[in-house]
Design a protein around this ligand. Structure first.
Ligand code: ADQ
Length: 462
């Protein structure tokens, strides 16, 4: 029997699907694997004094998972180091935040080898392997070295940057060459796929055919764009739940007739939160008719607390929200509420529905599932308006949102004002078009397209 093996850095299918988890990747994969008799392999999130390679196999939320512990040095060099201090900022166009440390490179190579060695005995002849995200770019190379001939696909959840940016990475050639040990490399957008193709053409004298066959470094593979979606059916259930209704009513009651703008993000510099706060301040400055009529709720879940850049942003956001409230608040009006916690998904669904405007303005984002969740949560008879950054992958699909440049506070402020006063007819027309796309291009469609393309790919080992 053909099995699907998914490999990712962290393995955390939600124990209670309604409770959700902060991270689009986990939600998307658990939904995809639950239906298959597949296996999900990855790091347990735990560290030990010494790496043992022992596996813990268990059932979590209807999914079979195989977990391996890493050691403390792995966590520092591979996870906090190369993945989150080198690749993440570089791939999100923040070379100023990139750490170039040889120990990080070594930790990254070591953990990819450890993953390959631990996974190897679990692989059967007919299995298809699907590797997720930037933590594991060279995993196929390691598996091939161990003799694995199975089909192996890779999906990158974050943007692939321009070739000039990739070239700032020491060993960029090895990294890109390792990707061609996969039979299929998937990106979120055409923009990312094309940036990768440009690298192969210009930096590696490679060939790229119009249907995505690529040749470079003496290898051949296939590339494609596979935009990820939300679990639309499951999310519709969350929207219809009692928790969502309670959250909706509680939020609307607290508004006292004001209009609400919502932002929901992991606390990350790529999400453009500071720029967003400044844009909201600009709205209050430029459009005094909105004073006391609008309220901005920003929910930002802390993430990657051990990385300095994440502590800095937290402090700066507290300062900015304090400044805005200090300048504009009145006895009975607080313009901005900034909340640092995680919410159940059904509660979040009701809160999205209560918001008249969804503000999604990352400076760079592979896709951005919040934009899709916001649309899916709306009342068809009285939908809110989505404002979306042109630099989110989602903007390639969601053209009926108000598309903005997240770096321009005036641009975003103007869009907020436009959204707040948008006529009912236009809101319904825009939302209807957006919702159709969210329903059609959901996580199941994403999984099916990727897996069937991988199945049809000629393995590069053939
Ligand atoms: P993320 O950077 O985590 O994912 P995103 O796609 O927006 O970004 O997903 C965030 C998820 O976390 C959403 O499902 C959201 O509901 C949830 N979430 C955020 N804050 C929360 C809170 N306070 N409480 C509860 N839930 C919260 C990466 C890439 C993205 C890509 C996804 C999937 O960076 O570009 O879309 O993977 O591929």
């Amino acid at each position: 029997m053909e099995r699907l093996i998914v490999v990712s850095n962290r393995v955390n299918p939600a124990r209670d699907p309604a409770a959700g988890s902060a991270g689009g990747l986990a939600m998307a994969l658990a939904a995809a694997l639950r239906e298959d008799q597949g296996l999900w392999f990855g790091w347990s999130g735990e560290t030990r004094a010494n790496f043992t390679g022992n596996l813990s196999i268990q059932q979590i939320g209807g999914v079979t998972v195989a977990l391996v512990d890493l050691d403390e040095q792995d966590r520092l060099e591979y996870y906090n180091g190369y993945a989150n201090r080198t690749l993440w900022p570089l791939f999100h166009y923040r070379p100023d935040l990139v750490a170039f440390e040889r120990s990080y490179d070594e930790g990254y190579e070591r953990v990819n080898l450890r993953f390959a060695q631990t996974l190897r005995p679990l692989i059967q002849d007919n299995d298809m392997i699907w590797v997720q995200d930037y933590h594991l770019l060279p995993l196929a190379r390691e598996l091939r070295r161990l003799g694995v001939r199975n089909r192996i696909g890779f999906f990158l959840h974050i943007p692939w940057p321009s070739r000039r940016l990739i070239a700032t990475l020491p060993k960029h050639r090895e990294l890109v060459a390792a990707l061609l040990d996969y039979d299929l490399v998937g990106f979120q957008t055409l923009d990312s796929r094309d940036a990768f193709a440009e690298y192969l053409l210009h930096n590696a004298s490679g060939d790229v055919s119009p249907d995505g066959e690529v040749r470079a470094f003496g290898k051949q593979s296939r590339i494609g764009a596979f935009p990820i979606g939300i679990d639309a059916d499951d999310f519709a259930g969350a929207v219809a739940s009692e928790q969502a209704t309670l959250a909706f009513e509680r939020t609307r009651a607290s508004l006292l007739g004001r209009k609400m703008i919502i932002g929901v993000d992991r606390l990350d510099y790529s999400k453009g939160l500071e720029e967003r706060f400044c844009a909201y301040e600009q709205l209050l400055m430029d459009y005094p008719d909105q004073l006391e009529k609008v309220f901005f709720l920003q929910i930002a879940t802390p993430s990657r607390d051990e990385v300095d850049a994440y502590q800095d942003i937290r402090a700066r956001l507290e300062g900015l929200s304090g400044r805005i409230n200090g300048t504009y608040a009145d006895i009975d009006w607080v313009p901005i509420r900034y909340v640092n916690r995680s919410y159940r998904r059904d509660f979040l669904a009701g809160t999205y529905r209560a918001a008249h405007v969804g503000l999604v303005t990352p400076l760079r984002d592979g896709m951005n599932l919040v934009a899709k969740e916001y649309v899916a949560a709306q009342d068809p008879a009285d939908p809110g308006v989505l404002i979306l950054s042109e630099l989110a992958g989602a903007a390639e699909q969601m053209r009926d949102a108000l598309i903005v440049n997240p770096f321009s506070r005036e641009d975003v402020a103007e869009a907020m004002r436009k959204a707040l006063v948008m006529p009912h007819e236009e809101r319904v027309a825009r939302w209807t078009a957006l919702q159709e796309g969210v329903q059609r291009d959901d996580v199941k469609a994403w999984r099916d397209r990727f897996v069937s393309t991988l199945r049809a790919s000629r393995t590069c080992q053939a």
